[in-house]
Design a binder for this molecule. Sequence first.
Ligand SMILES: C[S@@+](CC[C@H](N)C(=O)[O-])C[C@H]1O[C@@H](n2cnc3c(N)ncnc32)[C@H](O)[C@@H]1O
Ligand code: SF4
Ligand code: SF4
Length: 362
Amino acid sequence: MFISKELVEKIASCLLCNAKPKTIYLQVTTKCNYVCPMCPFHGEGYEGKYFKDNPSLKPQNMPLEEAKGYVDKIVDYGANMVAMSPSGEFFVYPYWEEISRYIKSKGLKISATTNGSFLTKEVIAKLKDIRFDELIFSIDSVKQETYAKVRSPKEKDYQTAINAPILAAESGIYTHVHFVQQQPNIGEKEEVLKFYENSNVKFISCGIELHTSCDKEMTILPINRQQYIHGLCGAYNNIVILIDGNLVTCCGFANRYKYIKHKLGVCSLKEHSIEEVISYQHSLMVNKDEDVMKLCCNCDLYQMTFKRQKEMSIEGKYLAINEQEFKQYFKVPKDLQSTPNHILLWLYQNNLVTKMKQDGIL
Ligand SMILES: C[S@@+](CC[C@H](N)C(=O)[O-])C[C@H]1O[C@@H](n2cnc3c(N)ncnc32)[C@H](O)[C@@H]1O
Ligand code: SF4
Ligand code: SF4
């Protein structure tokens, strides 16, 4: 049976209105101690353009009481995880410890993506005490020479950052390493995989450098744009509470904030509940609002989450899942590491490793 594009869009739009995200990103700081060249927010080459274009988001810290207020709204909404500070470095936030403890006291889970430069043994012990749930470390090289080019030239930053995932994983926090391929670190992914191979780091994800142009109403990525089907964007419903009190329902809105801010201010989180703000933005989406369509129809973030063809293979001590430009490496549990690759792959393909974990065998 042939289903028209219009019907697919109608069904997709209905479904997206009913989805209830479990994770909410909270931008408590837009400051950072690094100037990674690839970073569209703080990168040297970008010269603060993002913040000039979006002055309400300029590098700043959210007052603690305001941050707590948003956490209360997250509890009321019914999400179960708060992910800290996209576009800044959570651990420069002067109240990172207070807000983390507050989030946990409300029964929520907490996660942060970090450059790792502040995560010394002492800080990790504090995170363990807080019962921090997940840490995602952005490690783009384990070689000091390259790290200096893509992340930080300071030796102390390098030493602390590359060792932090090992210490965090040892302390029992769920630890994930993220590698972004850029010109200076081409070919270094294998070294990163090797470096964490014998640690308790559970998962390594690999992406490619994306380029965000604030001048154009589009995100330019080095991948081909396919047909756009409205409502079928997997990046939609990634909810971010921005530092100025507006909430955005996808990263595409945050990346090109200046084109959509005037529409979002009408229903700000300062005066409304999360449920109300999300419903308002869903209605913009479903009704094909002109400004939303300008962003979506030219947005390549859409493509990242669709047309995925997953291929699985065993590479050393990892299960590798290939999805076009993105690759994920899951550590094979120690008890299974000596299993022949073809049998291991069969176990994964038939979800038996998950079953073994669920049944407590692993
Ligand atoms: C903007 S950072 C904020 C969190 C923290 N400061 C960090 O570096 O992990 C969030 C993630 O975006 C990634 N990132 C930054 N610029 C990027 C780009 N141009 N393309 C792809 N990923 C990028 C970083 O590697 C990091 O994993
Ligand atoms: S550490 Fe993160 S936020 Fe800071 S400059 Fe690098 S990528 Fe951007
Ligand atoms: S296409 Fe881009 S702007 Fe539209 S929902 Fe997806 S990520 Fe957001």
